[in-house]
Design a protein around this ligand. Sequence first.
Ligand SMILES: Nc1ncnc2c1ncn2[C@@H]1O[C@H](COP(=O)(O)OP(=O)(O)OP(=O)(O)O)[C@@H](O)[C@H]1O
Ligand SMILES: [Mg+2]
Length: 227
Amino acid sequence: MIKISNLTMVFKQGGGSDSGITALDRIDLEIPTGQCVAIVGPSGSGKSTLLGLIAGLDQATSGSIIIDDTIITKMNEDDLARFRRDRIGLIFQFFHLLPTLTALENVLVPLELKRERNATETASALLKEVGLLGREDHYPSQLSGGEMQRVAIARAAITRPALLLADEPTGNLDTENGQRIIDLLLGLNRSQKSTLILVTHDLTLASHADRIISLKDGKVVKDEMKL
Ligand SMILES: Nc1ncnc2c1ncn2[C@@H]1O[C@H](COP(=O)(O)OP(=O)(O)OP(=O)(O)O)[C@@H](O)[C@H]1O
Ligand SMILES: [Mg+2]
């Protein structure tokens, strides 16, 4: 369960006396474990800012985020980094694969610090699950956009994170590949029983979620559960 209370994020402008940009304005949200949530809204409405705060990548101006029993808005950098590594899988629009590593090596990156046994087998199995059997030894430059995103998803899923966060994961893909990525994320959400929070511009993709939260000017303006 994620509990967000009175969450505000103000980006200060160059030190002056002006009040800065309010990217999130006193957001309250509760997201039960296992839910699949789509966050939609116009450009600049605060979607990425919200996701970044839930991921602990940035520090809120005020308010709190509690994930299960952990108040992440009160954690120090080291604890936050550990929390992220153990509990959160992140997927971005531009994939962020390491170009000098193969597909398999990219998927293994999050396990590097954990010294898990059978890591290679686990990574191979995940690549197979995302439809990339036989591509283990390809470098990102030898893969299509949809394939790169599938590697990025396998990498995010390899630690079986309780929380999967995806920011415009289909933003660089055509409709068909976008649909495949969403199906894959929803499949992981179900098979790994993880909570999935997905930022998207695409209302068709958003309609596959259990719930659609609309942001505008840093506020929740609509919060709909699918029937
Ligand atoms: N690091 C930053 N410094 C200053 N302002 C920022 C910063 N990051 C975001 N903002 C501002 O905060 C607001 C919300 O930005 P955010 O990136 O969350 O929007 P978004 O909903 O993800 O938009 P998009 O759909 O274009 O990705 C915008 O006005 C943006 O300019
Ligand atoms: Mg964004």
